[in-house]
Design a protein around this ligand. Structure first.
Ligand SMILES: Nc1ncnc2c1ncn2[C@@H]1O[C@H](COP(=O)(O)OP(=O)(O)OP(=O)(O)O)[C@@H](O)[C@H]1O
Ligand SMILES: [Mg+2]
Length: 387
């Protein structure tokens, strides 16, 4: 259903040829109220996010630190840290609206329908219990099994995540395992309730490149063998390129581009995606650990977004129209529909908008000073450390 160039399309449209999405996020907005007594306004950390994830699909969500990736995933889980709350939109899992469930109802779905591998595996494992015990407890939280049955189920789960010698390693404490092995344990815990959807939040960030690749292979195997739908959250476009079918690029709480991974790498349509791609380490160069793309300026604070397109103060292709109003999502006309992968392709950028006047299209020489960002192109952002 390739849209015409410049045609206005809504993100996350159901596709006739592939049936309904398993997980569907519609217009999701998440806010933190401003601190009482302080003059900081409401922080809109996720802004109208549309996203859909199909059974057996690996979808990458990529963007710099602070763009709202974790808050979006926590909203799906019903685990937003207070006082953060969903202010608009909804989350549907196999047609059921999760965002309207009571906490008790949500608790029954958490782990058994949708599970999450959290961003900080070190703090998520309890140092005083063996990993086998912790996986077994996760199993018992969902199924009525004896301790002995849960223990052998735990060993099976550890085998499924390819922990070497799972029977013996089950008796190890977290500190006795390597980072990659601990991440496998976290994935086993997430699988304990037999979920259909797995949200993996930066599952490879703390790991070295070889181990990263092994964990990505594991996730790929899980979606292939178990039909899991995997949402892979990362700040690293290289991770997405290795693994994902489709990518959503986020900036300042919004999705700014969605494309099949191959198409995004071939011809990124949004200047932010272009900058991310351009800053990927080239082949032959050693990959610096934890390095983030270097783009001039910084992600704006959610409490002080620039007017119009939130990226315009950092955008090398900024036009007169960009600060005037927020862009819609447009088909960039470069996506090619190939194979069974979803064919939705769009970018939230006026470069692809039809019907702009010559004045609107003219380059904006001096971008108006955004409330919270520097437009100084000589300002090289320090690589943000993953938290
Ligand atoms: N408890 C909180 N109170 C107020 N603001 C918060 C809170 N937690 C997160 N935020 C803000 O929400 C925004 C999005 O945060 P989020 O953790 O979703 O980013 P992220 O994309 O996951 O970043 P990273 O790559 O660093 O994990 C950030 O600006 C962050 O400062
Ligand atoms: Mg995060």
């Amino acid at each position: 259903m390739a849209a015409r160039e410049g045609e206005l399309i809504r993100p996350a449209q159901p596709r006739d040829d592939e049936g309904a999405a398993l997980l569907r996020i519609e217009g999701l907005s998440v806010s933190f109220p401003g601190r009482r007594g302080a003059d900081t306004g409401e922080r809109n950390v996720v802004r109208g996010l549309d996203l859909e994830l199909h059974r057996g699909e690996l979808l990458g969500v990529v963007g710099e630190s602070g763009c709202g990736k974790t808050m979006a995933a926590l909203s799906v889980m019903g685990l937003l840290p207070p006082p953060g709350r969903v202010t608009a939109g909804r989350v549907l899992l196999a047609g059921e609206e999760l965002t309207s469930l009571s906490e008790g109802e949500m608790r029954r779905r958490r782990g058994s329908r949708v599970a999450m591998v959290f961003q900080e595996p070190m703090s998520a494992l309890n140092p005083v219990f063996t990993v086998g015990f912790q996986v077994a407890e996760a199993v018992r939280a969902h199924r009525d099994l004896s301790r002995a049955e849960a223990k052998s189920e735990a060993v099976e789960l550890l085998r499924r995540v390819s922990l070497p010698d799972p029977g013996r390693r089950a008796r190890a404490y977290p500190h006795e395992l390597s980072g990659g092995q601990r991440q496998r344990v976290m994935i086993a815990i997430a699988l304990a309730g037999g979920p259909e959807v797995l949200l993996a939040d930066e599952p490879t960030t703390a790991l070295d490149v070889t181990v990263q690749a092994e964990i990505l292979e594991l996730l790929d195997g899980l979606r292939r063998d178990l039909g899991l739908a995997v949402l892979l959250i990362t700040h690293d476009l290289a991770v997405v390129g290795q693994t994902c079918d489709r990518v959503v690029v986020m900036y300042a709480g919004q999705a700014v581009e969605e494309a099949p991974a191959a198409a995004l790498f071939e011809a990124p349509a949004h200047p932010y995606s272009q900058a991310l791609l351009a800053s990927l380490p080239r082949l032959g160069r050693p990959v610096p650990r934890g390095e983030l793309p270097v783009i001039a300026g910084r992600v704006p604070e959610p409490g002080g977004l620039p007017p119009g397109c939130a990226f315009h103060p950092r955008c090398p292709q900024v036009m007169e129209v960009c600060p005037q109003r927020p862009p819609e999502t447009y088909d960039p006309g470069t996506g090619r529909a190939e194979g069974p992968a979803p064919r939705v392709r769009w970018a939230r950028c006026f470069l692809h908008a039809p019907g702009l006047s010559a004045a609107e299209r003219s380059p904006l020489v001096a971008a108006p000073a955004g409330p919270a960002t520097a437009a100084d192109s000589t300002d090289t952002a320090a690589p943000d450390e993953p938290r």
